[in-house]
Design a protein around this ligand. Sequence first.
Ligand SMILES: Nc1ncnc2c1ncn2[C@@H]1O[C@H](COP(=O)(O)OP(=O)(O)O)[C@@H](O)[C@H]1O
Ligand SMILES: O=C(O)C1=C[C@@H](OP(=O)(O)O)[C@@H](O)[C@H](O)C1
Length: 166
Amino acid sequence: MEAIYLIGFMGSGKTTVSQELAKKLEVAVYDTDQEIVKLAGKTINEIFSIDGEEKFRELESKVLYSLPLKDAVVSTGGGIIGSEKNRAFLSGKMNVVFLNAEFSIIMERLKDDDTRPLLSTNNIEAAETLYNSRIPFYREAAFIEIDTSCKSVSIIVNEIIQRMKK
Ligand SMILES: Nc1ncnc2c1ncn2[C@@H]1O[C@H](COP(=O)(O)OP(=O)(O)O)[C@@H](O)[C@H]1O
Ligand SMILES: O=C(O)C1=C[C@@H](OP(=O)(O)O)[C@@H](O)[C@H](O)C1
């Protein structure tokens, strides 16, 4: 099976859905953020604050291209579509799924989360601008788009499986 890539904004459910989807498909699951942490030996927050976002993006692309192309579900960081090279890598693939959730629902899901340096919940306007600026890029790279706003993880997993069969 070609690897399945989950893309979408922070809090759209990529990590959560990837784990259940991989279990159902009986394949491996990878999370680019977790692979970056392993590679760098630092947390995402530490990479951003010590090395800067540019270094983070270099590590992100390196990890993306290093992961298996088959029999895997890959949960990607929300900014992975920011680089043209990453978009080109993903756009050529059939199994790229854009998990889209309404901005207000994302902010509710992440209201107590401090692991995302780019999402300062005390600057909602900046976060929404970033969200809106990225939607076209997610759509450019994705083969399937699924709204995760008001659905359970299992419903989303089943919808991905059904949509990929078509
Ligand atoms: N379908 C869903 N419905 C409700 N909450 C969800 C759903 N998917 C994810 N969440 C919750 O939203 C938060 C962010 O989910 P996560 O999988 O980390 O998103 P991402 O990897 O896209 O940043 C977590 O607290 C998670 O439990
Ligand atoms: O949107 C982004 O630029 C980022 C999203 C994060 O991943 P999640 O989408 O899993 O939160 C993580 O890669 C980093 O904080 C940058």
